[in-house]
Each structure stands twice: as structure tokens, then as C-alpha cells.
Design a protein around this ligand. Sequence first.
Ligand code: ADP
Length: 228
Amino acid sequence: MIMVSPPGAGKGTHSRWLTEQTGAVHISSGDLLRAEVARRSPLGLQVAAYTARGDLVPDELILSILLPAVEAAARDSGGFVLDGFPRTMPQALRAAELGAELALTSDGVIYLTAPEDELVSRVLDRARRDGRDDDTPQVIRHRLAVFARETAPLVDYYRGRGILLELSTDRPEADVQADLRHWLETRGLLPPAAGRPEAAQHAVPLNHLLPPATGRSAHLQGGPGFGG
Ligand code: ADP
């Protein structure tokens, strides 16, 4: 699964929830970059110059950090949630190529949204809690602009391919999770909850869902390609 969303929409929270529910491995590009910065490695110092300004790190840099984690997860796990990658069209095309090389498929792309003021206020709350240096008001506005310019085109690209699930997170977390659960059930990634009526009666509009998986498993093998 691929998670795409502007800062503050709940990408990290809902990615973690998805991994807890499905047993998929969580691969967060932001966490990997912050770990590199914390190590103060030469790569980390390069990364920090971009992340502190709220700019995306160059594609080669993110790929050099992310690829080993993706390759390990593809080898050792039944599936993974990519949280924060891809984030540019070149990255999306690289992800599709990588999927072909590693014989991966995607179950879909989840796009979380919320109104801009809500995004800003959530990120500022997070700043008070976690003290991320890219969570200042100016940097957040810049990250939102970068999202609109670099990442929003991916949303249209994946929507055009019929693999996008768009969910508002401007509502209680449990409601978002209910929609995600329904989507997972529809994809065969979770068994239907006991005593529930048939999945088709739930709230997620069907035109937001992926076409049924073709191929050997509902997770990462066979099927129509890794987001490409
Ligand atoms: P958020 O969604 O709150 O912006 P992330 O933790 O996903 O936070 O990312 C933090 C920062 O790491 C981004 O602002 C960007 O500088 C960098 N980053 C993360 N993922 C990528 C990526 N795929 N490509 C380039 N830069 C990235």
C-alpha cells in the first residue's frame, strides 16, 4: 500500500494503524531520513539542509536511503506500507519500475485529506509535542506548497489509474479507520469482522476502490503492477 498526503493529514498515524491491522511492514521515508540526520552521517547532513527548509530531498538521495528498506521488506515480509514515498512523479515512475523488477504489486494508494487550516494547526500541535525542526509555521506553509506542486500530480496520476482511495481525516479517527477497514476487507487484506453485514453495505464509495486483485495473493505478488 502507498500512503500519499499533505503534512498533518494523518499519514503516519494511519500507516501505523494499517500495519498493526495487516501485519505489513511500515516504511516511512520521513522516519528513515530523520534517523539518518540523527546519526549525523555525511548523508544525514546533506538531508538536513533540505528537510529543515521543508524542501524535498533530491530523488537520488531518498532512493539511496529507501531502496535497501524496500528490498529487505520485499524479500522478508508479506507486504508493506510505503508512507511518504513516492512524492514526486519521477519517484512514482521509479516505484513502478522497482515494482516490476521485484515482482511487486500495489494494493492501492491511500490519499488522506483535510482542510489547510486544520493541517497547519495539527502540525503545530505536533511541533509542541515532538519538536520537529521542520514544524514551524513558515516551514509548514512551504511544505504545503511543495505538496501542491510536486506531490498533488501523483494523486491525479493514481486516480486516473483507478487505484486511489481518497479519505477525509477531518473527522474522528475511528471513522477514518472504519473506512480503511472496509477497504482492506474489500481487497481481501482483512477478513470481514465477525457479525458484520456484507462489505458492500459499508460507506466507502465503490468507485474509490481498487479493481479486484488478479494474481496469486492479495498482497504483493502477481496482479496489476506496483502503482505503475
Ligand atoms: P510530512 O508528511 O509531515 O511532511 P514526512 O515525515 O513524510 O513528513 O517527511 C518529512 C520531510 O522529509 C519532508 O518534508 C521532506 O523534506 C523529506 N521527505 C520525506 N519523504 C520524501 C520523499 N519521498 N522525497 C523527498 N523528500 C522526502
